[in-house]
Design a protein around this ligand. Structure first.
Ligand code: ATP
Ligand code: MG
Length: 581
């Protein structure tokens, strides 16, 4: 490709609204342009990279025997009503009506469409298991689109769905897909982790996310530094690294005057004790019929003073409103008759859930449910009360693994893939059945497997860049080699040699860019562009080096330049660059 015939859309300045490095570099390198919030055009340079990503994904999915399909972006509401998701999905689902007044939506995911296809096309156990996939545009009207293609509204996803006679068969395919994902992320050169995940509103039981490790990641992932345990912080379990700081046995409980001290920190100072000797009580809304004017039901969540509530875990507790809603100070005062800072788990008339960190404590400090007062040496049953023990705390760095093993670390990750065991959630709701070997109708068991294709490009840049730009791995770079002629207007020889090297590279199947832009584009700009775009190999042809019969070679991530005789350049490159075609 010649630069003069190609859109090199690099920009020098860092765009003001791009917060993270991958977004900045994708705009600066001319890979994408914003059309509207969360919607991007992929420019030719960016599209080439995206194609390389999809090729890797397609090869691995095909190798695993998955069948590629293409389903419509627009989906009819009927199917979503059948699965029950039409009413459950919030404004992320972009809905509209056609000219006949029929309801439609833009597909955020395709469980309904594929289940409809399979129930129509499949009727026998002999046809199962079967896995379908597509690489296709999704639309989610995200509340906060940001970071460019990282969290977009329109994005490319690889979504796959598998259908089975039973759980065993699903387990086998799930394991296989787990391995396929590892293969894909290995080929992409990622530093990544597979972690246990929350299955969210897609439903189902077992689920793993694949995270690329990066400080800009929106998720926090927890993993054992010595063992196998790894989970998204949304559901990670473990034990606090340090035990409660309270005496054992049952001491006499007393009500103490704590004046205006309300927070854990204020109490620590006033009472000269640690947060590990206290209990904190948080009040959230329960599931109730508030629409009909009933006053809200409240639920008390109780944790050790130094622990934080995990809102995802809490929202899953039966009886707790999901998504989680904290009671306001006013609601607490009106319904419980005391300020939040003096709350304690004393009342039996509201559902009280204790995290294990609190449930195991003795002789603790907690609110007395009276203005300006706390209890010292409070004990469960005698002075305080809980209905159930449910894990609802957020793991902290250094906590022990669930089985007591040492050392949980927490890192930030970018979710690039997610696999779920769906079970029969969709197939049961949509009557997706086949006949078994005895002629009995059986509801199919399903799995689904997503990869954020456009997000992968951004995630890769987060891990591979330097102060000059992107540093692509060989297999994702838009071009493998750039040839930069210098002072071509002064030297016919520079032109002819550059052209010759360019043709040789093409003949060898190397994806090469000849930067034939004229003298208005300085050599410095050409170097800077090649580095910004991240082309792995660079050859510079200048009158000065040609006078010695050599050209200059430099690898993108190498510091050293090498002078290579013109005649041996082809062989020199052959050692470094594997042809793509
Ligand atoms: P997230 O928690 O990041 O919103 P999700 O759990 O909603 O992701 P899935 O429904 O599992 O995502 O979608 C499969 C994959 O699609 C995700 O692993 C992610 O890589 C990608 N993806 C999801 N939402 C977006 C988005 N708004 N922009 C770009 N990629 C996305
Ligand atoms: Mg999402």
């Amino acid at each position: 490709m010649r630069a003069t015939r190609y859109l090199i859309a690099t920009v020098k300045e860092t765009p003001a609204d791009a917060e993270i490095i991958s977004h900045q570099l994708m705009l600066r390198a001319g890979l994408i342009r914003k059309l509207a919030s969360g919607m991007y055009t992929w420019l030719p340079m960016g599209w080439r990279i995206l194609q390389k990503v999809t090729t890797i994904i397609r090869e691995e999915m095909d190798k695993a025997g998955a069948m590629e399909v293409s389903m419509p972006v627009v989906q009819s509401a009927d199917l979503w009503q059948e699965s029950g998701r039409w009413d459950v999905m919030g404004p992320e689902l972009l809905r509209f009506v056609d000219r006949h007044d029929r309801d439609f939506c833009l597909g955020p995911t395709h469980e309904e469409v594929i289940t409809d296809l399979v129930r129509n096309e499949y009727n026998s156990y002999k046809q199962l298991p079967a896995t379908f996939y597509q690489i296709q545009t999704k639309f989610r009207d995200e509340r906060r689109p940001r970071f460019g293609v990282m969290r977009a509204r329109e994005f490319l996803m690889k979504d796959a769905y598998s259908f089975h006679m039973d759980q065993d068969s699903l387990n086998t395919t799930y394991q296989q897909m787990y391995q396929v994902y590892c293969n894909i992320f290995d080929r992409l050169g990622f530093e990544y982790r597979a972690v246990l995940a929350d299955s969210g509103n897609i439903g189902g039981a077992l689920s793993h996310e694949f995270h690329v490790l990066a400080d800009s990641g929106e998720d926090q992932i927890v993993f054992s530094t010595t063992g196998d345990y790894a989970a998204n912080i949304e559901l990670a379990e473990g034990q606090p690294a340090r035990p409660a700081d309270t005496p054992t046995g049952e001491l006499q409980c007393e009500s103490i005057d704590t004046g205006t001290a309300h927070s854990i920190e204020e109490l620590e100072q006033q009472l000269h004790c640690t947060a590990r000797s206290m209990i904190k009580t948080l009040i959230v809304h329960g599931t109730s019929n508030e629409q009909q004017g009933d006053s809200p039901t409240l639920v008390a969540l109780v944790l050790r003073g130094d622990q934080e509530l995990n809102e995802t875990k809490a929202a899953k507790i039966p009886g707790v409103l999901s998504p989680l809603r904290f009671a306001s100070d006013e609601e607490i005062e009106n319904l419980l008759g005391c300020k939040p800072g003096n709350l304690g788990p004393l009342r039996k008339d509201i559902l009280t859930i204790a995290d294990p960190s609190a449930a195991g404590m003795t002789n603790f400090i907690c609110g007395a449910n009276q203005p300006g007062r706390h209890l010292r040496n409070a004990n469960w049953q005698r002075d305080c009360h809980f209905d159930q023990v449910v894990d609802c705390r957020t793991i902290q760095e250094g906590d022990l693994t669930p089985d007591g093993g040492a050392g949980l670390a927490i890192k930030r990750g970018i979710e690039v893939g997610h696999i779920f065991q769906l079970g029969t959630k969709y197939s049961a709701a949509m009557n997706a059945n086949v006949l078994d070997e005895n002629g009995r109708s059986v509801t199919m068991t399903m799995g689904c497997y997503g990869i954020g294709v456009t997000r992968i490009v951004a995630a890769c840049i987060e891990q591979r860049h330097d102060e000059r730009g992107i540093v692509w791995p060989e297999n994702l770079a838009p071009f493998q080699l750039v040839i930069i002629p210098i002072d071509a207007h002064k030297s016919e020889q520079v032109i002819s040699i550059s052209e010759r090297l360019y043709q040789q590279a093409i003949e060898r199947g190397i994806e090469v860019l000849l930067d034939d832009r004229d003298r208005k584009t300085s050599a410095g700009v050409k170097f800077a562009d090649a580095e910004l775009i991240g082309i792995p190999h660079r050859v510079v042809v200048s009158p000065r080096s040609l006078a010695d019969g050599v050209v200059e070679y430099k690898g993108r991530s190498e510091a050293e330049k090498h002078m290579v005789p013109v005649d041996t350049l082809s062989a020199y490159l052959a050692e470094r660059i594997a042809p793509r075609s």
